[in-house]
Write a protein that binds this ligand. Structure first.
Ligand code: FAD
Ligand code: NAP
Length: 248
């Protein structure tokens, strides 16, 4: 049984009609960067709960969540209606294994995300611990429209902070946008465009890939990396090259 604590919404950013960030204060236990909490609202007498990744560093007391409104969804439209001062329930303890402790050493760490799943990577990068063991880090954010690149300013700030170690690349699938690749993650790996623009290659010897977000993207990318690059899922008992988290 989840242990719920009461959270108070202290800030809301509506980036687009469908995308928002909620900043919440709640007496939660310390989480590990990359983990998620569950948020819940009591809707018509029923507690509706879903998983949401922390975007903030665990050292930041303001809990940040990046949310997309799924039009027919049960919880997300209600979360998108929250305003400053409203209550939202948060699980006291965070969950999940999409954390650096589960990632083996590599020369290059690739962080590949779609949509709101950039969150765990921003938490890891904002904390900035345990990253010395990677020579390069590549953060990729793939979205439908350029307007959905809500955290691009933060991504650019992180590039400055990491002084050459971090490279970022945006991908936009449904329009052309200067500075972004056009298309989808697996296709842009398959045709070499992602590696070319970033200036690093994906090889089993040098790379570890973290995949987060759309489950079909996660599956398609894993399949491609297996077939084209001889890379496999990383397991504690059988080390590999890919760590993933699916959002639904
Ligand atoms: C580990 C984990 C972490 C997650 N972190 C986040 C997060 O940080 N931000 C976030 O917005 N969501 C996140 N999700 C998804 C979230 O838990 C809910 O599924 C989502 O908010 C939809 O809930 P709902 O009740 O509105 O829709 P439901 O009535 O549950 O409908 C679910 C359907 O909505 C679609 N869907 C669900 N989530 C998404 C999504 N993020 N993007 C696109 N389509 C989606 C899928 O088609 C899915 O079948 C995460 C899920 C998991 C498992
Ligand atoms: N983003 C918005 O502006 C918006 C607006 C209104 C409602 N919504 C709702 O929000 C939900 C989520 O939308 P989202 O845009 O955040 O997430 P999404 O649908 O997962 O799309 C994010 C990115 O992932 C890509 N993608 C999808 N399937 C893939 C696959 N198999 N392999 C590789 N890449 C893949 C998408 O490319 P493609 O474009 O090629 O699919 C897009 O670039 C949906 O239910 C949607 O109806 C979103």
């Amino acid at each position: 049984m989840a242990n719920w604590v009461s959270g108070k919404v202290i800030q809301v950013h509506h980036w687009t009609e469908a995308l928002m960030s909620l900043i919440v204060q709640a007496p939660v236990d310390k989480f590990t960067a990359g983990q998620f909490a569950k948020l819940a609202l009591d809707i018509e007498g029923e507690r509706v709960q879903r998983a949401y990744s922390y975007v903030n560093s665990p050292e930041d007391p303001n809990l940040e969540f990046y949310l997309v409104t799924v039009p027919e969804g049960k919880l997300s439209p209600n979360l998108s209606a929250l305003t400053i001062g409203d209550e939202v329930l948060v699980t006291q303890q965070a969950s999940g294994f999409f954390v650096l402790e589960e990632v083996p050493d590599a020369t290059t760490l690739w962080m590949l995300s779609t949509g709101t799943a950039i969150g765990p990577f921003l938490s890891i990068l904002q904390l900035g611990e345990d990253l010395e063991r990677f020579e390069n880090i590549v953060l990729v954010h793939a979205v439908r429209y350029a307007n959905d690149l809500s955290y691009l300013p933060l991504m650019e700030k992180l590039v400055e902070r990491y002084q050459g170690k971090l490279r970022i690349q945006t991908i936009v699938s449904r329009e052309n946008h200067i500075g972004s690749l056009t298309g989808r993650i697996p296709a842009l790996i398959e045709n070499g465009a992602l590696e070319k623009i970033v200036g690093l290659t994906i090889t089993p010897k040098e790379s570890h890939i973290m995949l987060c977000g759309n489950p079909q993207m996660v599956r398609d990318t894993q399949q491609l990396l297996k077939e084209q690059r001889e890379m496999r899922k990383h397991l504690r008992r059988k080390p590999g090259h890919i760590t993933s988290e699916q959002y639904w």
